[in-house]
Design a binder for this molecule. Structure first.
Ligand SMILES: [Zn+2]
Length: 151
């Protein structure tokens, strides 16, 4: 007998994996989504960043999470990572001070990507981590950052 909730979870994962693969391998879709991320509102300064951070945390229902966001001029690509239990960090690179990028990074936290990344790397499961990031988590965060859709 099949467990219904397990099979639903597997179906959802397959759906996301399929969509993610299509996005990653379709330069047109990929670059369009990326274009939208960069077209949006520019984040002027640290105070503006703090205001947007609180607003977007509310939109995603993650007000309870401890998240620090900074501008960083030593990295090319923005990133989000888990620091420890319920604590996260977002670094926005200098050429990516955009609301869409902030939303993208916050979605990685809200949807559990950073928790997953933290766990997999601690367990030495590097390849699995890379594949999940590339084909599932990154496309999902790309869609959210550009459209606001939680897939
Ligand atoms: Zn990302």
């Amino acid at each position: 007998m099949e467990n219904k909730s397990t099979s639903n979870t597997i179906n959802k994962f397959t759906e996301r994996l399929l969509l993610g693969t299509i996005i990653i391998f379709s330069p047109l879709i990929f670059s369009s989504l990326l274009g939208v991320l960069f077209k949006g509102e520019k984040i002027k300064d640290k105070a503006h960043l703090e205001t947007l951070l609180e607003q977007e945390k509310k939109n995603l229902g993650i007000e309870n999470k401890n998240i620090h966001a900074y501008f960083c001029d030593t990295i090319e690509d923005s990133l989000s990572k888990k620091i420890n239990k319920n604590s996260y960090e977002i670094l926005l690179s200098n050429n990516q001070r955009k609301l869409g990028i902030l939303k993208h990074e916050l979605y990685h936290i809200a949807d559990g990507h950073c928790d997953e990344n933290y766990k997999l790397l601690n367990e030495g499961r590097k390849l699995e981590n890379t594949l999940r990031y590339l084909f599932v988590n990154e496309p999902k965060a790309l869609i959210y950052g550009a459209t606001g859709i939680k897939f």
